[in-house]
Design a protein around this ligand. Structure first.
Ligand code: BGC
Ligand code: BGC
Length: 727
């Protein structure tokens, strides 16, 4: 409604009204109640009630058990359909040529617009083709500059806006409508591609917090950070329910527990979108529910693999986060690279996309295909895939092939391979999302509220709180923790002074680390000017003069110290490169013995450093930095206390906040985190999920000690896995 009124008043130019609406919006609305998401996902709520309820207060929900569905529920989105908006969209679609429509359905990479010969962006093709959207993939930055400043991002955002196509609406007074080309970015733990941004813990750590308020606030902070660099749309949150921790994207999942994913999905979406009071639009950013569907359920945890699941399992396990995200108003769903029950790649699966998502669930936003995902459909290539359009994909992420995708698709429509009604439906959905996001009335990105302010990239306090809440204490024998802050501390381990290891994949670069596709993939501490390593946080807490750091403890007399803190764990990876069960996931190594969850086998340097520091009568506190639960019994045995810190992001200081007492001896922060995934008792114990028949983990889903617990963890069975790797 807001969208409707202001658009007819201004059409093209920015008016006082639009400016007022836009300026007033961000702070005027009280934070919506994430509970709404769970309430509205049942098949009962009235959509109008839902929108109102979104503004009722700022209480945060507990994690309620996930409801059981016997059939796909119809979800009532907190964003109401507006009849006048729909009529306007129809008039625009009617005025578009086929070429313009297909252009609108297409998304290209910013790097594909860069002209190396002139060292400048050439946007004429964008205008000519009428590209509906652009993206930057992981590790793609303006001018390929990893250290691009806020102004560089914004300059490109403005240039893209300026080059966006226009459509002429006929009539007595023909009017020109600019259809802004919108920009999507993988903001999955903060605005993580951007130099200087705060990176929050990855989802698995947020799952450990089970804090829906935190998720909502992180959503709002991410929205601010994305708007400041000029993008409209985040490719997140990831709603995967990870069921096999060998999956390379395990850390992008909040939990193996659908109830946790369900609760956090609604909260995060609510925070990122920031609905307007009238319930027809929003002023945050467009969010994406991804990757539809059951990406966390792939056999052997193989990325882009096959999922064996019944529809009952889909709706009761894997789709739970979609129900709340869509109820909270999510406007985009990304279809991933998986196949369901060997039926071919999901992006070509009409039953999933059209019958279930659009018809049964009632999703009226747009469906986007993942990066070149259409090329994986049998009979398709990256620039040609009528099957995917007919299956119900609306917007095509064809990063480097859009210049041919568009004419190929136009020819398909002309040849009768794709019905015009399908094209019109896709374009309608895309324009609807742009309209609800306010893009037709917002000015150039740099003139929008919150634009270009580097302060918006940073939220130390919120991220540090997230780190504190996400830590899970697995062992604390003899209450060696919390440590007094006047102790002499030896810090060891390769991850103690590595913001790269702390931030993991999807951090500045795609892989986020040393598994390189080029020098730009490696992140140094200096690449995070607003970040702090775990070591730096410890030094801050107790004073640098009390802290000695040695990566491997070589030549160190451990008995000179009051305590050892060992920070160990995984090095960064993303997507297929993080899989445990394949050679690709093991850095191209054919060494099958690496196909194990055994920490000490995958990371022998970590076991070695613990062996070096333990057994000297000095307590050893191990902090494990990892994107997944690992079989770590040998390392737990070598430690007096053991903390799972997941991938905490740029605020390493949050770790010391919890490990140490205040100067006056009081406890400042107790442990709050609880396991978001089941912790294995053997190298090959996967899949391992609460509720499995014979469920027998080392530490169960939800386990987590506090400083009040008096649990003694005895010597654990550390029998190594099979020398040949797991079957
Ligand atoms: C990933 C998506 C991501 C996209 C764009 C794909 O490879 O699967 O999660 O949003 O790339 O970077
Ligand atoms: C991009 C990622 C993308 C991946 C897909 C990479 O080059 O940077 O964003 O997910 O390709 O293969």
């Amino acid at each position: 409604m807001r969208a409707f009124i202001t658009r007819w008043l201004v059409l093209g130019a920015s008016s006082l009204l639009a400016t007022l609406a836009a300026c007033a919006a961000p702070d005027a609305a009280p934070p919506p109640d994430p509970e709404v998401a769970s309430q509205t996902s049942a098949d009962t709520a009235d959509p109008a009630d839902a929108a109102d309820a979104a503004f009722r207060g700022d209480a945060c929900s507990d994690i309620a058990p996930a409801p059981h569905f016997r059939d796909w529920p119809r979800i009532h989105s907190a964003i109401r359909s507006d009849a006048r908006d729909e009529a306007w969209i129809r008039s625009v679609v009617a005025a578009m040529t086929l070429e313009q429509k297909v252009g609108q359905m297409t998304q290209g990479e910013i790097a594909s617009l860069w002209d190396p010969t002139t060292a400048s962006y050439q946007l004429a093709d964008l205008t000519r083709i009428g590209l509906g959207s652009v993206l930057n993939g992981g590790g793609s930055w303006p001018e390929s500059n990893k250290h691009a400043a806020v102004g560089d991002w914004m300059a490109l955002a403005d240039a893209i806006w300026d080059a966006s196509p226009t459509v002429t609406l006929p009539g007595r007074h023909p009017t020109q409508v600019k259809i802004p080309t919108f920009w999507g970015i993988d903001a999955v733990h903060g605005n993580n591609n951007v130099f200087g941004a705060t990176l929050f813990p990855h989802n698995i750590g947020i799952g450990a917090t089970r804090d829906t308020c935190l998720a909502r606030e992180m959503g709002a902070a991410t929205s601010r950070a994305v708007r400041t660099t000029g993008q409209d749309w985040a490719f997140g949150p990831v709603l995967a329910v990870v069921r096999d921790d060998r999956w390379g994207r395990s850390y992008e999942s909040w939990s193996e527990d659908p109830a946790v994913v369900r609760a956090l999905a609604g909260a995060m979406t609510t925070g990122e979108m920031a609905l307007d009071r009238d319930g027809t639009s929003f002023h945050g950013i467009i969010t994406t529910a991804k990757h539809f569907i059951a990406d966390g359920g792939s056999t052997d945890g193989i990325d882009q693999g096959n999922v064996l699941a019944s529809e009952a399992e889909l709706m009761n396990i894997h789709a739970q986060g979609y129900f709340t995200a869509l109820a909270a108003g999510a406007q985009t769903v990304m279809v991933g690279y998986f196949s369901l029950n060997d039926q071919g790649k999901d992006a070509g699966n009409q039953h999933l996309i059209t019958d279930i998502l659009k018809d049964k669930i009632g999703f009226d936003g747009m469906v986007v295909s993942d990066y070149n995902a259409i090329g994986q459909i049998t009979g398709c290539t990256n620039d040609h895939c009528p099957q995917a359009i007919n299956a119900g994909i609306d917007l095509f992420m064809v990063p480097f092939d859009w210049r041919t995708f568009v004419p190929n698709t136009v020819a398909d429509v002309r040849a009768g391979l794709i019905p015009m009604s399908r094209i019109d439906d896709a374009v309608t959905r895309i324009l609807r999302v742009k309209l609800r996001a306010g893009l037709f009335e917002e000015p150039r990105p740099s003139a929008r509220p919150g634009a270009s302010n580097p302060d918006n990239l940073v939220d130390h306090a919120l991220a540090r709180r997230a780190v504190r809440e996400s830590l899970v204490l697995l062992k604390n024998n003899d209450s060696v923790l919390p440590l007094r802050s006047d102790r002499k501390i030896l810090v060891v381990g390769k991850s103690a002074d590595s913001i790269q290891n702390q931030t993991g994949g999807w951090s500045l670069s795609w892989q986020g680390g040393p598994w390189t596709f080029g020098p730009n993939d490696v992140n140094l501490n200096s690449d995070f000017p607003n970040g702090e390593s775990i070591l730096a946080g410890i030094r801050d807490k107790v004073g640098a003069d009390r802290v000695t750091f040695s990566v491997d403890a070589a030549g160190i007399d451990v008995r000179q110290f009051d305590a050892v803190i060992a920070v160990i764990g995984e090095t960064p990876y993303s997507e297929t490169f993080g899989d445990v069960a394949t050679a690709l996931g093991n850095r191209g190594s054919d060494d099958a013995s690496l196909r194990t969850l055994e920490l000490g086998h995958r990371m022998p340097e970590d076991r070695a450093v613990l062996q070096a520091v333990s057994g000297h009568g000095v307590p050893v506190i191990t902090v494990l930095v990892s994107g997944r639960a690992l079989f770590a019994n040998a390392e737990i045995n070598l430690s007096n206390a053991f903390v799972a810190a997941w991938l905490p992001g740029t605020e390493g200081g949050g770790v010391a906040d919890v490990l140490f007492r205040n100067r006056n001896g009081s406890i400042g922060n107790d442990f709050q985190g609880r396991l978001p995934v089941s912790w294995p008792r053997a190298a090959c114990q996967t899949p391992l999920n609460a509720g499995d028949p014979g469920y027998d983990p080392q530490f169960a889903l939800g386990y987590g000690l506090t400083y009040r617990s008096r649990v003694r963890v005895g010597t654990l069975d550390a029998t190594p896995g099979p020398a040949a790797g797991c079957p």
